[in-house]
Design a protein around this ligand. Structure first.
Ligand code: NAI
Length: 331
């Protein structure tokens, strides 16, 4: 079977080529363009297309793929909010995703952000490069014997709980569905209690109507002064303007963000030559206690390798008509 792989970056081709030998029946062609209504016709002669979080797999793209006889959409990510499942279903195009690849990758990055903004490593790195060996502005606090508050204790949040326990922290958690496997060392509390008692708050719940802007000026006011907030989940869990207000109120010792509301135009792009006129990212970065990365929580060798293998397994299941728990359909 032939797969046209859209929006291919070097790390994608490397991770897929490394496992392709185990899939002799699969042939992959990589292109730099992303999948959208204009580029869908490039899939003429291919059985499947492979897209990512930034692909436009809406109605027009799917119509064009159908016209060119493509039977399968392989998303190499967990999210599929950019896929029109209803149209795919009507056209008989199967859609497969990679639901969970490496929770450790994201949780370890969350702790990296927490440590980085606590000990001001982003500042220290630049200071030493400028021969400034003074310690002013670099004071942090020990995590040992402090309290971590983990919001959402599914796959990633559970790993984060274990990492925090390893640092000698007391671990509080808030989730609609407590995770039984954590109960010997995690104390489940209400959101209000978690906010009031945590020195480090890390967000690991999905973005839903209920969780959108769950971190806003009211919830920020309920937090302890000097708290560290980390978001590696989805940008819109945090209301950015309120976060900026909270930073100005000196609420936070540190803020570590792998995701933020404005990220869509930035993610995985080099915009270093541009002047970003209305950028709240720039406003956030003007604060010395804020550390931002560009949605790289998933970006480890292990996660990319798992994404490659699962996507190719999905390809085989998809083409042979096998049932798959990685297939997503309109409700
Ligand atoms: P999961 O589905 O295993 O866990 C989510 C947990 O959140 C569940 O335990 C669920 O009960 C809980 N939850 C749902 N609604 C809630 C609410 N209103 N309040 C409190 N808890 C609630 O998901 P997983 O795999 O742990 O991923 C978590 C999030 O991490 C994803 O939704 C995604 O947004 C993000 N993510 C970020 C990545 C990155 O590169 N930065 C990569 C992968 C995922």
């Amino acid at each position: 079977m032939k797969i046209l792989f859209y929006d291919a970056k070097t790390y994608d081709t490397d991770s897929f080529n490394a496992v392709l030998d185990s899939y002799p029946e699969v042939e992959v062609e990589y292109i730099k363009s992303d999948l959208d209504p204009r580029t869908a016709s490039l899939a003429e002669g291919f059985d499947a297309v492979c897209g990512f979080v930034s692909s436009d797999v809406g109605h027009d793209t799917l119509e064009s793929l159908h016209k060119h006889n493509v039977k399968l959409v392989l998303m190499r990510c967990a999210g599929y909010n950019n896929v029109d499942l209803e149209t795919a279903g009507k056209l008989g195009i199967r859609v497969m995703i990679v639901p969970g690849y490496s929770p450790e990758a994201v949780a370890e990055h969350a702790m990296a952000l927490a440590l980085c903004c606590n000990r001001r490593l982003h500042k220290a790195y630049n200071k030493v490069r400028e021969n400034d060996f003074s310690l002013s502005g670099l004071m942090g606090f020990n995590f040992h014997e402090k309290t971590a508050g983990i919001i959402g204790t599914g796959k990633i949040g559970a790993v984060m709980c274990r990492i925090c326990q390893g640092f000698g922290m007391k671990v509080l958690a808030y989730d609609l569905y407590p995770n039984e496997s954590l109960k010997d060392f995690v104390t489940y509390v209400s959101l209000e209690e978690l906010l009031a008692h945590s020195d480090l708050i890390s967000l690991h719940c999905p973005l839903t109507d209920d969780t959108r802007h769950m971190i806003n000026i009211d919830t920020i006011r309920q937090m302890k002064d000097g708290v560290i907030l980390v978001n590696t989940s989805r940008g819109a869990l945090v209301k950015t303007d309120d976060l900026i207000e909270g930073i100005r109120m000196l609420k936070f010792a540190g803020v570590g963000l792998d995701v933020y509301e404005e990220e869509t135009d930035n993610v995985f792009e080099d915009r270093s030559e541009e002047i970003l006129e209305h950028s709240t990212t720039a406003r956030l970065l003007s604060f010395p206690n804020v550390m931002i990365t560009s949605h790289q929580g998933f970006f480890t060798q292990e996660a990319l390798s798992a994404i490659a293998s699962t996507t190719l397994d999905n390809a085989l299941d998809g083409m042979t008509g096998k049932e798959s728990r990685n297939e997503v359909k309109a409700k």
